[in-house]
Design a protein around this ligand. Structure first.
Ligand code: GLC
Length: 819
């Protein structure tokens, strides 16, 4: 019986005999509701010893918690930052069901048997417990487990869970969430480094989300076991999940990131190109790479130092033999516009009696994780035997944060928390013993099994919070490998040890899109592939795609050939430079999108369906994506140079930087052979802010702010925005920022372009503006700015564009083009 698992069989057998499906694998399913206890924010129902709590924790957001023995775990969530009952919650108890209404969604708790459903106000069911298999727990003989089974509509698609391998749509596959050092992972590897137990269900344009807040080993089965249901559960912890109504996928994501927090605005340099390698050492090599970046005019903002700058791989040390002028080197790089990012792994070398301060101070502070017998938990990692901070304790997070004092004083700008699954060498499972003991602030203890998936996030949190304390005026930059839901509040991430293959280049997009859909917008992969040596064409294509990734970092393992932009001769170098330069030219747009992300949770890299939920042609598209709201990227991810087929998102699109319009249609566009560049399109109606190329984000761009306006057809409107601030401090929080809204209206008679200053607390680098209007079919008869005729403009009939140059344009204006 294809597609039917043991649980379905058991359930069918039970349904025939009328007995609750209990026996198989020790599951105990909930039965009928016996008692109802309405509350202001929802309801608690009882079925035998079990209790189920369903409460509204936001407009359209419900929390469901099962307590098999009637006792709810009081441990607060590590992930959730804001869950409060909305202003009005309505609870109604009828003979068959209790309904809880909050905003635009309703939770329905059916009584016989106990089943939970979620619907919109019109009564359309969005998610419901499986008829045959109500939620269940098991305490023997297979160990503690909890699980929920949901009816699976044939046309529903599932997205999320962080950076899983394989296609973006998770339907038909099953996944484990258990943070793992997955060196050399491939298309079918699972689990990987992160555990983000959140997904979006999308069906015919309507979306909802589920966040299963459980930090033990978890699993999601999206119809691998059966085509009738999907399920999620964990080997420990509680069945504790949130239902998040849409109906748009973007709304789900906004609500999910309201619940678990959003990515703070990053320093602008972190959006520049970052050069890394395992490892650049000694000091002279680092200086040489910096000099080469500048000589070759490869714009870049950061250089990473991997583990070899340390003494015997001991975190928070510097090997002075190799780096005799470490502080001076950091200062010299900074003078060249390059920030230094230091790896600071969490494993502290076990070095009693050697004067190694992080070990001594940690031991004195009782900061390290212990075994059940009270001895230190010791495991080998890069430095040899190591101990592991107990990040579940806030006092230990404070201690850890203090370890950054010297490095911040030396001028390092960012920190890289690697190996924090945690990775432990030469032990079963490659991680900490499941019995190791974590202590919590309330004095209770949990074993590592229960904490494992959130451990890396707490490492990133300790780093982020420590940096904020040390440098309260700076925006911290932390890069983490492991993550749990909510990690976006503290760190950017990357997809770990990928490989230098075309397959991995193609995998990069679904991974990064999925991270964005899982709340983690600031994500990238190792450009060029970590493991192995990419042939020149592959490396060039990777630079071209990486330029549109939120984090754009070139990185490679020790035994690989060099990956820097210039290593394959002038032709490849020129193509790679062009890709990086385009990124820097787009920096005003990218920074504006990153700021939007910090407020809305909408990612920087977006699957097309996030903005066009009805566009089902994109539900299974793993290659193409939106870069912010207005640019559509169709990267070349294979070695062929023959025509590429591209389906455009709904509406009208321009080939970027041209007046060539394309209307989205069912049939793909076939592109001519394209050895160079990335097929890039701008939405008709977009206004994209840009600048001249710079070598790093700290350099003042020459010339004016550039606005690219892609005109819609007559009757249409356009819009764009610009956000700017000093790029690195916290001053924006007190209003030191510039926010401009741009618009246009197109009629048969002409075009009206407007600039409206929404917030004027920061003076940007530009005063003049150059507007390029694409898609102007004939020469305008007159151009006026605020009623005065404009002197400096030109029309290019071939390119069908108008270029307008305006001085002192850093204020509101209205430009009229008469056609
Ligand atoms: C891990 C990281 C990799 C790093 C290496 C050495 O493999 O994933 O990025 O270069 O460790 O620190």
């Amino acid at each position: 019986m294809k597609g039917r698992g043991w649980a379905a069989l058991a359930a069918m057998a039970c349904a025939m005999t009328g007995i609750a499906p209990v026996a198989a694998q020790g599951w105990r399913h909930v039965g009928a509701v016996e008692r109802v206890e309405p509350r202001a924010d929802g309801v608690i129902v009882a079925s035998g010893p079990a209790q189920l709590r369903v409460t509204a924790v936001g407009e359209g957001v419900f929390r469901v918690t099962l307590a098999p023995d009637g006792r709810f775990d009081p441990l607060p969530s590590w992930a959730v930052v804001a869950a409060a009952a909305p202003a009005s919650v309505a609870v109604a108890d009828t003979a068959d069901a209790v309904t809880v209404t909050a905003g635009d969604a309703v939770a329905i708790v059916r009584k016989r048997p106990l089943r939970v459903e979620f619907a919109d106000r019109a009564g359309h069911v969005l998610l419901s417990d499986s008829q045959q298999m109500p939620m269940a727990w098991s305490d023997s003989p297979h160990g503690p487990r909890v699980r929920s089974w949901k009816t699976m509509p044939a046309d529903e698609h599932y997205y999320g869970l962080g950076d899983k391998a394989g296609p973006l749509d998770r339907r038909g596959r099953a996944f484990t969430l258990w943070n793992s050092d997955a060196y050399g992972w491939q298309g079918s590897s699972d689990p990987l480094y992160k555990s983000i137990p959140f997904f979006i269900g999308l069906r015919a344009g309507t979306a909802y989300g589920v966040f299963f807040d459980n930090t033990a080993r978890s699993s999601f089965d999206f119809g691998k076991e059966s085509e009738d249901y999907f399920s999620f559960g964990a080997e420990g912890g509680a069945l504790d999940y949130y239902f998040i109504a849409g109906p748009q996928p973007a709304r789900v994501l906004q609500r999910y990131t309201a619940l678990t927090g959003r990515t703070p605005l990053p320093p602008m340099w972190a959006l520049g190109f970052q050069q890394s390698r395992y490892s650049y050492n000694p000091e002279s090599k680092v200086r040489e790479v910096a000099a080469q970046l500048r000589e070759h005019r490869i714009p870049a903002d950061a250089i990473y130092l991997d583990i070899d700058y340390q003494q015997g791989y001991a975190p928070f040390t510097v090997d002075r033999k190799q780096f005799p002028h470490f502080e001076q080197m950091i200062a010299d790089l900074r003078a060249q516009g390059l920030r230094t990012v230091l790896i600071t792994d969490l494993h502290i070398k076990h070095a009693p009696g050697t004067g190694y301060a992080p070990f001594d101070s940690g031991l004195a502070a009782d900061a390290f994780i212990r075994n059940p017998d009270g001895s230190l938990y010791i495991g080998p990692v890069w430095p040899g035997d190591a101990v592991f901070p107990d990040f579940t304790l806030s006092r230990v997070r404070d201690w850890w944060g203090g370890l950054y004092r010297d490095f911040t004083a030396m001028g390092a700008a960012g920190y890289w928390n690697d190996m924090n699954e945690p990775s432990v060498f030469n032990v079963p499972g490659n991680t900490m013993s499941p019995d190791a003991v974590h202590r919590l602030d309330d004095g209770s203890q949990r074993d590592h099994r229960a904490i494992h998936n959130v451990y890396g996030m707490l490492n990133a949190r300790a780093t982020y919070e420590g940096l904020l304390k040390l440098q309260p005026e700076q925006r911290p930059f932390v890069l983490t490998r492991a993550a749990y839901a909510g990690t976006q509040r503290y760190a950017a991430t990357w997809t770990g040890d990928n490989s230098a293959t075309w397959h991995h280049l193609a995998q990069s997009t679904p991974n990064l899109l999925s991270l964005g859909l899982s709340g983690m917008a600031l994500a990238g992969d190792d450009v060029g592939g970590f493991i192995g040596s990419p042939p020149p064409d592959l490396l060039t294509r990777w630079y071209q795609l990486g330029a549109f990734n939120p984090v754009f970092r070139n990185h490679a393992a020790t035994d690989t050939r060099p990956h820097e932009a210039w290593v394959d001769g002038p032709q490849h170098e020129a193509l790679r430079r062009e890709a990086i330069e385009l990124r820097y030219r787009l920096m005003p747009y990218l920074y504006t999108v990153a700021e939007e992300n910090s407020r809305s949770g909408l990612p920087i890299m977006r699957p097309v369906f996030l903005q066009y939920p009805q566009a089902e042609a994109f539900y299974g598209n793993d290659r193409d994506f939106l870069f912010g709201p207005d640019l559509f990227v169709a990267p070349v991810c294979d070695g062929r140079l023959d025509a590429q087929q591209i389906v455009l998102p709904p509406g009208e699109w321009f080939e970027f930087g041209t007046s060539r319009r394309q209307v989205a249609q069912k049939d793909p566009i076939r592109l001519d052979p394209r050895p160079s560049g990335v097929p890039l399109y701008a939405r008709a109606g977009a206004i994209v802010p840009m600048q001249a190329v710079v070598q790093h984000t700290g350099e003042k761009p020459a010339g004016p702010l550039q606005l690219q306006v892609y005109l819609p057809k007559a009757g249409g409107e356009c819009s764009g925005s610009l956000y700017q601030d000093d790029g690195e401090s916290q001053a924006y929080k007190t209003g030191k920022l510039l926010r401009v809204a741009y618009g246009c209206e197109v009629s048969k008679r002409g075009v009206v372009l407007t600039s409206r200053i929404e917030q004027d607390g920061f003076a940007p680098w530009w005063g003049d503006v150059e507007v390029t209007v694409y898609g102007v079919a004939r020469k305008p008869s007159a151009l006026r700015r605020d009623g005065q005729s404009i002197a400096d403009w030109s029309y290019d009939p071939q390119m069908q564009l108008v270029v307008i140059r305006m001085e002192q344009a850093r204020r509101g204006w209205k430009v009229v083009l008469n056609l």
